[in-house]
Design a protein. Structure first.
Length: 184
């Protein structure tokens, strides 16, 4: 039942927005009792927090695996972009929730998404690349923004329906532009 609640909430939060979704909407759409929801979650905010934490944990594991499997910053960062593109195509609703929702409006105690563990790992990869001489010796936040900002913007354009091509078909050209912006 907990998984059903989370799946339903994700769908509704992504399509309607957090503030336009009530616990009763989740109950009705999931076809479960209100008591079942409150048995697992104290509030709508607790449901959103559980979703947020679960999605960040999955993304973190993916990025840690990439970091372990690739030796160079070049290969790691390319694999990150590829993975983000694949995640977007495989689960656009989850990416919609992660990138479009204004989490701090309904989870004010949470760190901004750009400071979450996955994004911190991405910046760490950039710092390691600067230290290894693969990336220009510039401010690491600027370098990370140049490297990952364009691909993240393409994800948003894809989620908004503006970019209709599969993101994975744009990987090589996107990566080429991103890497050239920071490569030593």
């Amino acid at each position: 039942i907990k998984a059903t609640i989370l799946e339903t909430a994700l769908q509704l939060f992504s399509s309607r927005g957090y503030f336009n979704t009530s616990v009763h909407d989740i109950r009705k759409t999931a076809d479960i009792s209100i008591g079942s929801i409150y048995h697992h979650f104290a509030s709508k905010e607790a449901i959103a927090k559980a979703l947020y934490d679960e999605l960040l944990a999955k993304m973190t594991v993916t990025l840690e695996t990439i970091r372990e499997r690739h030796d160079s910053t070049h290969d790691r960062c390319r694999a990150v972009i590829q993975s983000l593109f694949e995640m977007t195509e495989a689960d656009p609703v989850a990416m919609e929730f992660m990138l479009h929702a204004k989490h701090r409006e309904f989870m004010p105690g949470e760190t901004p998404i750009c400071s979450s563990q996955p994004f911190t790992l991405m910046r760490t990869m950039v710092v390691e690349g600067i230290d290894a001489g693969e990336i220009l010796d510039i401010d690491h936040t600027v370098a990370a923004s140049c490297l990952f900002g364009g691909p993240l913007r393409l994800i948003v354009l894809h989620l908004d329906g503006i970019l209709t091509s599969p993101l994975t078909s744009l990987l090589d050209s996107t990566w080429d532009c991103s890497w050239r912006a920071v490569a030593r």
